[in-house]
Design a protein around this ligand. Structure first.
Ligand code: SF4
Length: 412
């Protein structure tokens, strides 16, 4: 029996998993799928032919050294130690470092640069929150154990469980999370900025500024929702891509940050983005403590420059700026727009990943690695920034991401 294993699937990073042989206790269906036996990349490959690790890493180093502006992308499903080496490699070869946030919570990062954030931990939500708001996110499907471990039903020190908590869900449709709500509000798509602003007017005593209807909510409903929010002894607002990837993007996040700042003049509130992959926070934190920025970082002038929309992977590929790419623990071919994928087909691509995916089909050099949290250990950041050590629970024949990065850096 191996105890206190961290699940390396979603940003919850549940750290109470137990393993007996192959059987994991406490995993949700998403975690079970992660830990079940799946297709693996069998061996290192160059142009579809099996080679040794040494040959594949040599070839990868050669591609990266020869490229004028290589893109190093992915990182959210590996450990901080490997990410750190990736940032150093990007700096040495004058490439671009970008990570999965550039297509999900990047607007949150931009808003935090502008406004800061009234942050906290999932532990604070569990132990204190008597009002939990889910805005534009659906944890029941995306972070299945979030409601029981940290929010809706969690038994905390001060808030003892479901009966002590009000759960408010705001979304454009009735998601499975809405069925857990004490109060559910359906809003019009792309209206979050206007609703946050109206709520701020109500909280700051400017009810007269609120029109009869905002984003599908009547004026009275807005005032009523503001009153409910104010009644919290300790509130937490969780938000997701329903805010970051609708009209307004980072301005929506800025507006909800300001709303939480206003609420903190009357009571206690924290704000928490619902981050997706288990170490997507690390893929931003590590470059931030190495070179000062979280994503969209260009080293072509031998120092770090940050410019979202210019050095983000999709835009850099579509413009044809990158002449090689190294994809680590990610599958951009499955998720990027067609024009960006077309560019990936034209340039040499190195893939470092335990599993075959659509990116494998366009990769010239494929380097299989051990699965983080199962076959390889390291450090990750949970969605709230808490660092956790993930364990190696079984041996494998594969090199870890850290070992591959170390060898690659050595060759470069
Ligand atoms: S909620 Fe996320 S971290 Fe927890 S067991 Fe499920 S997939 Fe794993």
């Amino acid at each position: 029996m191996v105890k206190d294993v961290v699940c390396t699937f979603c940003g919850n990073a549940c750290d109470d998993i137990e393993f007996e042989e192959e059987y994991g206790v406490n995993l949700c269906p998403l975690g079970e799928a992660k830990f079940s036996k799946k297709d693996r990349i069998k061996a290192p490959m160059i142009d579809g032919k099996e080679v040794t690790y040494e040959e594949a890493i040599e070839k990868a180093a050669e591609i990266l050294k020869e490229a004028k502006r290589p893109l190093l992308y992915g990182w959210s499903s590996t450990v901080n130690e490997a990410i750190r080496l990736g940032v150093i490699i990007a700096e040495k070869i004058g490439g671009i470092y970008d990570q999965c946030s550039s297509v999900c919570h990047a607007p949150t990062t931009l808003a935090m640069i502008e406004q800061g954030i009234v942050g906290g931990t999932l532990g604070q939500a569990k132990n204190r929150a008597d009002i939990v708001v889910f805005w534009g996110c659906n944890p029941v499907e995306a972070h299945p154990r979030h409601p029981t471990r940290y929010s809706v039903m969690a038994k905390g020190f001060l808030t003892k469980g479901r009966l002590d908590r009000k759960v408010i869900v705001v979304d454009v449709r009735k998601t499975p999370t809405a069925y857990l709500a004490t109060d559910f509000y359906v809003v019009k798509p792309n209206s979050d900025f206007a609703i946050f602003t109206a709520l701020r007017s109500a909280i700051n005593g400017n009810e007269n500024a609120i029109p009869d209807e905002v984003g599908g909510l009547k004026r009275d409903e807005i005032i009523n929702l503001a009153e409910k929010l104010e009644k919290a002894k300790y509130g937490v607002i969780f938000f997701g891509l329903g805010i970051t990837h609708t009209r307004g993007h980072e301005r929506n996040v800025e507006a909800v940050i300001k709303l939480v700042q206003d609420l903190n003049r009357k009571t206690r509130y924290i704000l928490q983005p619902m981050r997706g992959h288990f170490n997507v926070v690390g893929s931003g934190e590590v470059p931030a403590w190495e070179v000062g920025f979280e994503y969209a970082i260009d080293f072509s002038r031998k120092y770090a420059r940050f410019s979202p929309g210019e050095f983000t992977a999709v835009e850099a590929l579509i413009r044809g700026d990158c002449d090689a790419a190294m994809i680590v623990a990610s599958d951009p071919v499955a998720h990027f727009p067609k024009k960006a994928v077309d560019r990936l087909k034209e340039i040499p691509v190195i893939q470092i990943d335990p599993h075959p995916n659509l990116t494998t089909k366009v990769a010239n050099v494929v380097i299989p690695t051990a699965i983080v949290g199962i076959e390889a250990e390291g450090t990750i950041y949970r969605m709230d920034g808490i660092p956790l050590r993930v364990k190696k629970i079984r041996d494998s024949k594969y090199m870890s991401d850290i070992e591959v990065m170390e060898k690659l850096l050595e060759k470069i």
